[in-house]
Ligand binder design. Structure first.
Ligand SMILES: Cc1ncc(COP(=O)(O)O)c(C=O)c1O
Length: 912
């Protein structure tokens, strides 16, 4: 392998290479073909590039063996013009994806020029009903010389009635099948014939590294079932079919056959197989609720219930609001209804197509049950907290979590035991909570004989800024201390992660499934017993904190919940959210969940929202893998472009893992996606093993070095350049790539950053010394004069009547309702010297409500919390305008000392 090839194969973005990287390769080939054709380039360069691409091109149906052979023939015949024409045609077809619908793209004899692709949005150009297209991987023992014939046999099975159209992709080995599953995002099904080889027929190191990175090393086991399991691990959504000439009954009965959709006896069954493939895809394509809603919308229904907007007559007949109808289109109003019968279903008590849609979502997201929620994850979180916690239960909670959890605790009467994430003071944000802190909290509760009251661990994965927990490790180690602990993972931002093989093991459901497998393995008990023997009868806390704890598989009750904002990372309408359940004790809390649904869900849930959840699930099951690949690729493109642009990088930079995750939590030694020394193996190890890793799609762009605070920069991008961002910190903004982004979006962002950097540069060069001094002072103030982040102090004793000594849980609900008594509350302005006097001499300043500044967006005060000097210093330094729960004119709302004393009285009496 040449040095250049070696460098390329180790480059980190190849690890995540998706459709964009392939399109780039074709564009480069096109440039080489053009250069050769117009005399500015060499045939050899074209041939070398084609040879380098050829092995991975075999994993895609288009352009296919015949067109690639045709390119080789033109090259051998030294026909530069024909090679350039065909390369252009293929490249255009790949870029515009036209080969999915256009037969002429496949034509080996069409020597014509490519027609320029339409630049119109697909929604505007579609004229006829189109059949969705996918590809099927055929793993065969047939010699490569027969593959063309095999492919045409498959194509002969097509019928005009088929709802979908697919193309076969043929490979002959375990390695090639594995790599094709990773690289070909169009695959929807795999047919495995027994008897294939292990090694690829190509000696392409890039393929081997890819396979090895996912632990697929050479092994004597080349059975179809082994391959099926390997493929399922990468892409669980693929339908797998197994063809055998042997004992199909034995195979079908094997425990490992779970990964396979159907087992067929030999090749005579080709038509059956074809129908099974279509049925398998139909199964994922089906959207029970959306389908019914569409049917409902077409029925001539007279409505005598509320919701005049339904059917749209009040809109379209009106002179005054018709524009609303014209804007949204008739279908929206035809599909509006408050009915729960007549083909629709009730979200509150689903028995029909909503129930089915939820079951399909459970399959797609790896859960046992799913609840659709139409008021955002804010509601999903409150539902989970209410259903799982009773008054007095203790929940270990990241203090930095979304406010819905805090409010959930207030509603449930549960006692939050706040744990702190590691601070990232320079950027005014928090990371995630170290496992050691969580274990310490559990061990403290145990020491005080209060572990039985700790019901739940409630964490955010990934955090707003992209810190991903090692979910499996967290759950296993906590279960080693408390085997029935419930886990609530708020994956508001991370729902898409299910569809990336790199991220899935770090999701709540991915890790729960791995733990489930481990619990079934007889080796689990052996591992547990071994550790128990090593640790002895009563290991010290210190030893327990240092050890990677193994739970007792006989005692573990796996109880995992996940919430996600489907609307944040998938194609659901705003507020579409899901609550996922994988809980062996679910039967014992199911009734409570129904109560939680009744408490929080509207009795008039929006039909379009429910339909969009159904459709978002369909999309992710059929194309989520490719879309997520693309989102990651786009993020890596942005990271690269910002880092390497001389002007942008003078003022802006995106924080790497080395800046976002302290070294002690990156045991793999991984530093950043862009680090020249980083290769696939290290990245893979980091994603698998590190205590925290970074979601590549969430990028913290530091703008303080360009003289902007986060809010200011966000406003500038929105107002002047039509670029919208989400979160800001004092000196940074958060960029996020998602399944919607294209490379044109990246180009726009980079261009805007260049423009802004250019303006700063000009201002500094032309403005003279005082402008430069002012700029430097501003940068210093944003980047170095940052306030320390205040930790949670403690609840006031009046709200800790039954709390432990070493643990900081408290009665947040008591604190919250203290604010309902106006006589028991007082206000003091932030700058009033009274604050400083009280901090020094007492009585305690006790917050009567939540105070949540945006940014950073976490509560610096919760009801009942004692306010410390740290918190006041932080607030006084804060220069943000939006602070929920605080009105600068009124001041801080506090619980008065006499009201606190009254609350504490019964305790005093009891003690006396
Ligand atoms: C971690 C986290 N959880 C929950 C939510 C609430 O989600 P939703 O906006 O879907 O109500 C958010 C919103 O930003 C969040 O960041």
């Amino acid at each position: 392998m040449s040095r250049e090839a070696e460098r390329q194969s180790n480059r980190i973005d190849r690890f995540f290479a998706g459709p964009g990287a392939r399109a780039d390769q074709w564009c480069r080939l096109m440039e080489m073909a053009d250069a050769w054709s117009n005399g500015t380039g060499e045939r050899a360069a074209f041939e070398a590039a084609l040879a380098e691409m050829a092995p991975t091109e075999e994993f895609h149906a288009y352009p296919g063996l015949q067109l690639i052979d045709r390119l080789r023939e033109y090259s051998t015949a030294n026909d530069a013009h024909a090679a350039a024409t065909l390369t252009r045609r293929v490249t255009r077809a790949i870029l515009t994806r036209s080969f999915r619908q256009s037969q002429s793209d496949w034509d080996v004899h069409d020597e014509g020029e490519a027609v320029a692709p339409s630049s119109l949005h697909p929604a505007l150009t579609r004229t006829e009903a189109h059949r969705p297209y996918f590809e099927v991987l055929i793993v065969t023992s047939a010699p490569a010389a027969r593959w063309l014939v095999l492919a045409s046999e498959w194509r002969r099975l097509r019928r005009p009635l088929d709802p979908f159209i697919y193309e076969p992709v043929i490979v002959g080995s375990f390695e090639d099948a594995f790599c094709a599953a990773v690289l070909n995002t169009d695959l929807a099904a795999v047919v495995i014939h027994e008897g294939f080889a292990f090694r690829s027929r190509h000696d392409a190191p890039i393929l081997r590294t890819l396979a090895e990175a996912a632990d697929q090393r050479e092994t004597p086991d080349v059975s179809a079932l082994h391959l099926a399991q390997a493929l399922k691990r990468v892409r669980p959504e693929l339908d797998l079919y197994l063809l055998s000439n042997g004992h199909v009954e034995d195979i079908a009965g094997s425990a490992n056959a779970k990964a396979v959709r159907r087992v067929f006896y030999a090749v005579e069954e080709l038509l059956e197989l074809h129908l099974a493939i279509l049925e398998g895809v139909q199964d994922r394509y089906d959207t029970p609720f959306f389908n019914n809603l569409k049917k409902y919308a077409q029925r001539p229904i007279g409505t005598f219930h509320a919701l005049p907007i339904a059917r749209g007559k009040s809109i379209f007949k009106s002179d005054w609001i018709r524009d609303m109808g014209e804007f949204y289109g008739l279908n929206l109003f035809l599909a509006e209804s408050s009915a729960t019968t007549g083909g629709l279903d009730s979200l509150l008590e689903p028995t029909g197509n909503i129930k089915k849609a939820q079951q399909m979502a459970a399959r797609a997201f790896g859960a046992d049950h799913v609840f659709f929620v139409t008021n955002g994850t804010s509601t999903s979180n409150k539902m989970a907290v209410q259903a799982l916690l009773a008054p007095g239960d203790i929940a270990i909670v990241d203090r930095n979590c979304h406010k819905s959890h805090h409010y959930g605790m207030v509603l449930a009467g549960a006692q939050p035991l706040y744990v702190e994430a590691f601070p990232m003071t320079e950027y005014s944000m928090y990371g995630a909570v170290p496992l050691r802190t969580i274990k310490q909290a559990l061990l403290n509760l145990k020491a005080e004989g209060r572990l039985h009251r700790a019901k739940m661990l409630d964490l955010t994965n990934c955090t707003f800024d992209g810190h991903i927990y090692n979910t499996r490790r967290v759950m296993e180690e906590c279960l080693a201390i408390k085997p029935d602990l419930i886990f609530l993972w708020d994956e508001a931002w991370f729902g898409f992660a299910r569809f990336s093989p790199f991220l899935r093991p770090r999701t709540a459901m991915g890790a729960a499934s791995d733990i489930e497998t481990w619990l079934r393995d007889p080796m689990a008990l052996v591992q547990y017993e071994k550790q128990r023997a090593e640790l002895g009868e009563n290991p010290s806390d210190d030893v327990l904190l240092k050890t990677r704890l193994v739970p007792d598989p006989r005692k573990v009750k796996l109880r995992v919940y996940q919430t996600h904002s489907t609307h944040k990372s998938m194609s659901a309408l705003r507020q579409g959210s899901m609550l996922l359940v994988k809980d062996v004790e679910f039967h014992s809390v199911e009734a409570q969940f129904h109560e939680a649904v009744f408490t929080h869900a509207s009795t008039s849930p929006n039909q379009q929202l429910i339909a969009s959840l159904d459709v978002a699930r369909r999309q992710m099951e059929l194309e989520g893998y490719g879309l997520v690949h693309n989102a990651i690729e786009v993020a890596l493109d942005i990271r690269q472009a910002v880092a390497k642009h001389p002007l942008i990088s003078r003022y802006f930079h995106i924080l790497g893992a080395d800046k976002m995750v302290p070294e002690q939590y990156r045991e793999s030694g991984f530093s950043d996606f862009l680090d020249a020394k980083t290769n696939w193996a290290v990245t893979h190890r980091s994603m698998r093993d590190d205590e925290f890793c970074l979601d590549p799609t969430r990028m913290t762009l530091v703008c303080g070095t360009a003289g902007f605070d986060g809010t200011q920069f966000k406003g500038l991008l929105a107002e002047r350049y039509n670029i919208q961002l989400n979160k800001t910190s004092r000196n940074s903004v958060l960029l996020q790539s998602n399944i919607n982004n294209t490379r044109s979006d990246v180009a726009h962002l980079i261009r805007v950053l260049v423009t802004i950097a250019n303006e700063i540069d000009q201002r500094l060069t032309q403005g003279g010394p005082h402008v430069r001094q002012a700029f430097e002072a501003r940068v210093k103030s944003l980047m170095t004069d940052v306030p320390d982040l205040p930790n949670f102090s403690h609840f006031h004793a009046a709200f800790r009547k039954d709390a432990g000594k070493q643990t900081n849980e408290g009665d947040i609900r008591g604190g919250f309702y203290a604010a309902y008594n106006p006589e028991g509350c007082e206000y003091i302005r932030l700058r009033d010297p009274e604050i400083d006097k009280r901090l020094k001499n007492g009585p305690d300043l006790v917050s009567a409500n939540f105070v949540i500044p945006y940014p950073p967006g976490f509560p610096i005060m919760v009801p009942g919390q004692v306010i410390t000097q740290e918190t006041i210093d932080f607030m006084r330094k804060l220069d943000v305008k939006e602070i929920h729960g605080y009105d600068a004119a009124e001041g801080l709302k506090l619980v008065r000392a006499d009201a606190l004393a009254k609350r504490a009285e019964p305790v005093k009496k009891r003690v006396a």
